[in-house]
Design a protein around this ligand. Structure first.
Ligand code: DAH
Length: 344
């Protein structure tokens, strides 16, 4: 009996020693330690042997069982660490290697200007109107008629405005001023809004002109709105956008939808007012058009012009960005050249 047990121990030791992988080790574990293993059968048979022998045989069986168990456990750990080591070596990282650099995205300078201007006007109590009222593909009625623009006005010429070829009276809007009309049709006074957006003009592209550009329209309609309100609002805008040191002036002008109309100039940033090529020698650069909303425009949308008055203004986003950062070619905004874009 004792020999049998020692033989089991010897066999198990040899087999565990020779094992190659966890799967084989599992099989051995099953063979020597499971309920139906030889050792367990011997334990079950203890009751049939001579009582005097039982304690010796019993404790020997237990001892061998524990020894085999310990050998399997050691082998198991050995396999575990070998596997782990292999994994660590294969996944080793080299901290001296260069990382993969992700290029940082940036807001386009025109978007940044629109955001900045919108923020300034929101600070002055204006609400932002996005394209919800005012589409880029527009009908002449909103781009011209309701803006008091005569049928024979030169801006309506195909040389200036893009007309749809297969739909009568449909244009790509040439100005954001149509947003004024749309807003007044949708809201009752008091109205105080700004509306940024894309506009299109049939221009030949040059350093100063692109056939797509951006404008920001402003409109304020209420009782007792006067030209001084317009002046105060725009002066504050200019102070906040350009800084307090930039001289400005209001100059008489004409737009069909405002009466009186004005244009606002700021001192040329290139020559500081001395006169240069950028400002055609005048020392001033025009930045926006504005005026008191023409009573015809108010009446056209059903607002009683004897009760209400308003002011409006429109500015070019490219122009304002070029003036602030001394950019001399409008096409730079549209070429997507990273060397230009990453400077902002
Ligand atoms: N729509 C004009 C343009 O594109 C700019 C303008 C002038 C807008 C006077 C206005 C305004 O709202 O009152 O040249």
């Amino acid at each position: 009996m004792e020999n049998k047990i020692l033989e089991i121990k010897e066999n198990a030791t040899r087999e565990i020693e020779a094992v190659h992988c966890l799967k084989e080790l599992d099989e051995i574990k099953n063979k020597y330690l499971s309920r139906s293993s030889e050792l367990n059968n011997l334990k079950k048979g203890l009751k049939d042997i001579e009582p005097a022998m039982r304690p010796r045989i019993g404790s020997l069986t237990n001892e061998v069982y524990k020894e085999i168990e310990a050998l399997i456990k050691d082998k198991n750990e050995k396999f575990y660490f070998e596997e782990l080591n292999k994994k660590l070596i294969s996944e080793k990282i080299d901290p001296t290697l260069d990382g993969t650099y992700m290029k940082k995205g940036k807001v386009h300078p025109l978007t940044a200007t629109v955001n900045e201007i919108v923020e300034i006007f929101e600070h002055l109590g204006f609400s932002l109107i996005e394209n919800q009222y005012s589409p880029e593909v527009e009908v002449e009625k909103y781009n011209f008629d309701l803006l008091n623009t005569p049928k024979e006005h030169p801006a309506r010429d195909v040389q200036d405005t893009y007309y749809a070829l297969n739909a009568k009276h449909v244009v790509l809007r040439s100005q954001t001023s149509g947003a004024q009309v749309h807003t007044m049709e949708n809201q009752k006074p008091p109205i105080k809004i700004i509306a940024p957006g894309r506009v299109y003009r049939n221009e030949s592209v040059s350093a100063r002109k692109n056939n797509l550009f951006h404008q920001i329209e402003g409109l304020c309609v209420d009782k007792n709105i006067r030209f001084t309100d317009l002046k105060g609002t725009l002066n504050e805008f200019i102070r906040l956008y350009f800084g307090s040191s930039r001289p400005t002036r209001f100059r008489n002008s004409f737009f069909p939808f405002t009466e009186p109309s004005a244009e606002v100039d700021v001192q040329c940033i290139m020559c500081k007012g001395k006169g240069c090529a950028t400002c055609s020698g005048t020392g001033w650069l025009e930045i926006l058009g504005c005026g008191m909303v023409d009573p015809n425009v108010l009446e056209g949308v059903g607002i009683d012009s004897s009760v209400y008055s308003g002011f409006a203004f429109g500015m070019g986003v490219e122009r304002l960005t070029m003036l602030k950062y001394a950019i001399d070619d409008i096409r730079l905004f549209f070429n997507n050249d990273e060397r230009f874009l990453k400077q902002f």
